[in-house]
Design a protein around this ligand. Structure first.
Ligand code: SAM
Length: 266
């Protein structure tokens, strides 16, 4: 039993490897998150392997597929299965069943967006989709800031404006951001500017987007000393923010530092 994860184009049908095409042709079955979309790809390359649907709600069907086929090829809507889609869950299921798992290298939105941003690539955080709301979402954002690495986020177009506003709250409006939109498609665009400029430019965006944020400054030795002293005095939350502001730390920054302290103590 073998599950092969096959990356597929994120917009341009030419972005598929020779090996991916061979695996799709030779597999016993192609399982796909969206069969209509994958059918177009298979038809384009004249591949006639049987196609079945397998999405995040039907991962348990993998066992049934292995009953009659030795090799199952899996493709998601676009890009590399396992990156912000049901692929990771399916790998877990395959391993549980004792199947071998093979992952082909290939297209993904994350890497071209990161590299095109022009920000440092040696260390980066991939956040995928943020939690939709609430405290966890705010904590994740604050954490990204304090990690001091380039950060990559996936976002849907209708949530982009809201997410940019929240990013402005934690990073500050002048912070550099890149918005990679419709990568590899006819209207591909990589916007580079401040979060403020991105908010003006993407008030009502269309198409698929990846957000890339330049690394924020890590806490300075002075900030670390202040934090240690105030936290040592038992200050948390709002009281900690106020003490930091009184000590001369900018309000946005104080908020970020306090959120991170709260997160670490959980
Ligand atoms: N597995 C995919 C990958 O390897 O990138 C990601 C799947 S996730 C469900 C879909 C998200 O990827 C979109 O909301 C968007 O953030 C990003 N994305 C996919 N295709 C894109 C494209 N052509 N241009 C920009 N972003 C894209």
């Amino acid at each position: 039993m073998k599950l092969v994860l096959v990356p597929t184009p994120i917009g341009n049908l030419e972005d598929i490897t020779l090996r991916a095409l061979r695996v799709l042709r030779e597999a016993g079955v192609v399982a796909a998150e969206d069969t209509r979309r994958t059918r177009r790809l298979l038809d384009h390359y004249g591949i006639e392997t049987p196609l079945v649907r397998l999405d995040q709600h039907t991962v348990s069907r993998l066992a049934g597929l292995f009953e009659t086929r030795e090799t199952v090829a899996y493709v998601t809507d676009a890009g590399t299965p396992g990156i912000s889609d049901p692929g990771a869950e399916l790998v877990g299921e395959a391993l549980r069943l004792g199947a071998a798992v093979e992952v082909l290298p290939g297209p993904t939105a994350l890497i071209p967006a990161l590299v095109a941003s022009g920000f440092p690539t040696a260390r980066f955080s991939f956040e995928g989709f943020l939690p939709k709301k609430g405290g966890l979402r705010r904590r994740r954002l604050a954490h990204l800031v304090l990690e001091g690495r380039t950060a990559v986020l996936y976002e849907s177009p209708h949530r982009l404006a809201k997410t940019l506003r929240e990013l402005a709250e934690v990073y500050g409006e002048d912070h550099p951001v890149a918005v990679a939109r419709e990568l590899t498609k006819v209207h591909e665009e990589v916007f580079r500017g401040t979060i403020r400029e991105a908010m003006a430019r993407f008030a009502r965006p269309k198409g698929e987007v990846v957000l890339v944020l330049a690394p924020a400054e890590a806490p300075s030795p002075d900030e670390t000393a202040l934090l240690e002293s105030f936290v040592g005095q038992g200050l948390t939350g709002k009281a900690l923010v106020e003490a930091l502001v009184e000590a001369g730390v900018a309000k946005n920054r104080a908020y970020r530092l306090a959120v991170e302290v709260g997160r670490r103590s959980q």
